[in-house]
Design a protein around this ligand. Structure first.
Ligand code: NAD
Length: 363
């Protein structure tokens, strides 16, 4: 490996800019190539960041054929995560793939098999993992303070927050709020309690806002869900109660709640924010421990941590550091495959209107 880590960026749309800004801030990294299937888009992107010597490609394969690239960021829309990640791994590159991992459980398994065969790092980009309050919640659960955890409630909610662009096009995003916000909320809740294996899922989705021109200007283009709810059984006799909304007639669909036999923990979303009430990115306004003292139920407000750092840059830096030292994936697919399996089962359950048993094949 050369002194500087040599990076390629696959998919040069919206979020690729955040990857580019992070890479640009590191002295030991050089972005040497970009690829986007829209003609001219990768070139314009690279030039915008001052990387005029970097090569621009109009397909992923040409970038992957280069043997002087160490690692790539996969920043395509959801339906292209698997194909681009697998191509990059098969050509010997480490991969930081954007969230969600991919679209189906089968794709996730194929990505893990390619990762195993390649011996390279594959990490999935959940930057709220670097938020100090999300880390604090995990530490509290791990301390045993809550006793046995048996119920988790999570809600990623926006009152009016349907995104645009490729997010609402089923052929590109595959799903809406259920997997877009949903994958963050699943990661926050599952990571906090040690990523127990998912067993069954019963889910519901709707599209009453996205499809209605009264609420959404691009209603005729909208082909995904804008609301979902699910009841998920996890190993260890734990229930995950999940609600996700890009739009609804409510400010928030739930705080983040963890019930244990000795204490309960509640993380509240920032309010008042009528449009974007949510804790999906780790924006936690209050943290409360509910327990008994001398036989009385008491509520103890907990100190919030400093969250001033840029968590997006932290996630990219962690990936770079692990690649440079020959380490391991900061956010491993062995965990995120459970997240993906739940999304896959939720989509099928909502469509088939029945409970789905989750079966995760061996890698
Ligand atoms: N981590 C975060 O905070 C965050 C925020 C926004 C989006 N995202 C995720 O990032 C991904 C991209 O979102 P976006 O808003 O940048 O979308 P976007 O549509 O703006 O950009 C995606 C780009 O990928 C290109 N592309 C598609 N298939 C390709 C292929 N096979 N090879 C090369 N290029 C290809 C498209 O032409 C497009 O330019 C999504 O999966 C989304 O969920 C993450």
């Amino acid at each position: 490996m050369a002194d500087k880590l040599r990076i390629g960026i696959i998919g040069t749309g919206g979020i690729a800019g955040a990857h580019a800004s992070a890479y640009k801030s590191f002295d030991d990294v050089e972005v040497v190539a970009g690829a986007d299937i829209i003609p001219g888009k990768a070139r314009a992107f690279l030039d915008r960041f001052g990387w005029t010597d970097a090569a621009a490609y109009e397909d992923t394969e040409s970038l992957c054929m280069r043997d002087d690239i160490d690692a790539v960021s996969v920043c395509t829309y959801n339906t292209q995560h698997a194909v681009c990640t697998i191509a990059a791994l098969e050509s010997g590159k480490h991969v930081l793939c954007e969230k969600p991992m991919c679209v189906t459980l089968d794709e996730g398994i194929a990505m893990m098999r390619a990762e195993k065969k390649s011996g390279k790092i594959l990490t999935i980009g959940f930057q709220p993992r670097y938020n100090n309050n999300c880390r604090k919640i995990k530490r509290i659960v791990e301390s045993g303070e809550l006793g046995k955890v048996y119920y988790v409630q999570i809600g990623g909610s926006r009152r009016r927050g349907i995104p645009g662009s490729t997010f609402i096009d089923g052929s590109k995003a595959a799903f809406g709020a259920i997997g877009d916000l949903g994958c963050y909320s699943l990661d926050l809740s599952l990571n906090s309690i040690g990523y127990p294996k998912p067993l069954t899922v019963s889910a519901y989705t709707s599209d009453y806002f996205g499809k209605n021109p009264k609420y959404y200007s691009e209603a005729e283009r909208f082909s995904v869900d804008d609301f979902s709810a699910a009841f998920i059984r996890l190993e260890g006799d734990i229930i995950l109660d999940y609600r996700m909304a890009w739009a609804m007639h409510m400010d928030i669909c739930s705080d983040f709640v963890i019930l244990g036999t000795d204490a309960g923990l509640k993380a509240t979303a920032p309010t008042p924010n009528p449009l974007w009430g949510s804790i999906i990115g780790g924006e936690i306004a209050g943290l409360y421990l509910m327990h008994d003292k001398c036989g009385d139920p008491v509520t103890t407000p907990l100190r919030l941590e400093n969250t001033s750092g840029n968590i997006f840059t932290m996630k990219v830096r962690d990936f770079v550091d692990q690649v440079k030292k020959g380490g391991s994936a900061p956010i491993p697919t062995s965990q995120i495959i459970y997240n993906q399996a739940i999304i896959d089962a939720m989509v099928r359950s909502a469509k088939e209107k029945c409970e789905i048993k989750i079966k995760i094949p061996k890698i």
